[in-house]
Ligand binder design. Structure first.
Ligand code: PLP
Length: 288
């Protein structure tokens, strides 16, 4: 039996119900986060909490800093209550603008946000990390606030479905002729000897893993150019890799059916993977 958190209570998942008028359901009007938990320790909580707070402020859902701090306690309790305190887990949490009769404009002042969180086991896909994955290119027709992690994910849903139908793991999104990011990952491209990724801004999610990877590169003297990659550059890349909370650093070894570089994970990916693993597993002290 899975215990979830809903609006202040820890309840069996089957008994966790929300209103049909919830604005998360009606409008996709909410913000979410996904954190990685290793042996009961939340990876990069501070960065996830800051992004959640920024996202909520960005869509004008009033949420006290203390409520964000409380979510950390909620995550930890969910991990413990669901027997996930050992090994790998993820916690999904979302805050919607609450339930009220449908109006596009905000509900009456005082409408409480709906707060939901669930923990689940995470199985690291070792084969994908080692052998790399396939990706497709797909148009980025998402809205212009991709920096906000909103629960309205239709652009990503349709992109990932196209990838799935093509037998691929990820869709690399192209807007105005340049790579923005993956449908649910940030993308790095090695082209003409430079390691490149799209700069932060409104067109990409500021990935927590992206920041960890950028920091690791700085710390290890690996040069990075934060400059958009054109479609032509993507197609002649010697190496492409993705990063994300559940993707870690994973090579893209085939793009739209053609091999990337040698068709195997490249040297930059292979250098960064153990650096990220060391960071992920630092507190538990075990290399896996
Ligand atoms: C669009 C998008 N980009 C990047 C990421 C990676 O972000 P993070 O490293 O914080 O998981 C995600 C994660 O879900 C995402 O949805």
């Amino acid at each position: 039996m899975t215990t979830v958190y809903l609006n202040g209570a820890f309840v069996p998942k089957e008994r966790a119900t929300i209103s049909v008028e919830d604005r998360g359901f009606i409008f996709g009007d909410g913000i979410y986060e996904v954190v990685r938990v290793i042996d009961g320790r939340i990876f990069e909580w501070g960065a996830h909490a800051a992004r959640l707070a920024r996202g909520l402020a960005g869509i004008r859902i009033a949420f006290e800093p203390a409520a964000i701090d409380m979510l950390k306690v909620v995550c930890e309790r969910l991990v413990n209550e669901n027997d996930l305190a050992e090994g790998e887990a993820i916690v999904y949490m979302q805050v919607s603008r609450g339930a009220a009769p449908r109006t596009h404009h905000f509900p009456p002042v005082g409408t409480a946000p709906t707060v939901y969180a669930v923990a689940s086991r995470f199985v690291v896909p070792r084969a994908d990390r080692e052998s790399g994955v396939k990706a497709i290119t797909f148009p980025d027709f998402r809205w212009l606030r991709c920096d906000l992690k909103t629960v309205n994910l239709l652009g990503a849903v349709l992109a990932r479905q196209a990838a799935t139908e093509a037998g691929a793991y990820e869709a690399i999104l192209l807007r105005d002729g340049v790579v923005t990011e993956g449908a649910a990952t940030n993308a790095f491209v090695v082209v003409d000897g430079d390691i490149r990724t799209h700069p932060l801004g409104n067109l990409i999610l500021p990935g927590v893993s992206r920041q960890v990877v950028v920091d690791l590169m700085h710390e290890n003297g690996i040069a990075l150019v934060e400059k958009p990659v054109s479609q032509a550059e993507l197609l002649r890349a010697s190496e492409i890799f993705l990063c994300g909370t559940t993707t870690d650093v994973t090579a893209v070894v085939a793009l739209d059916g053609a091999p990337v570089g040698s068709g195997a994970p490249g040297p930059v990916t292979k250098r960064l993977q153990p650096l990220l693993e060391a960071r992920l597993y630092a507190a538990v002290g075990a290399a896996r």
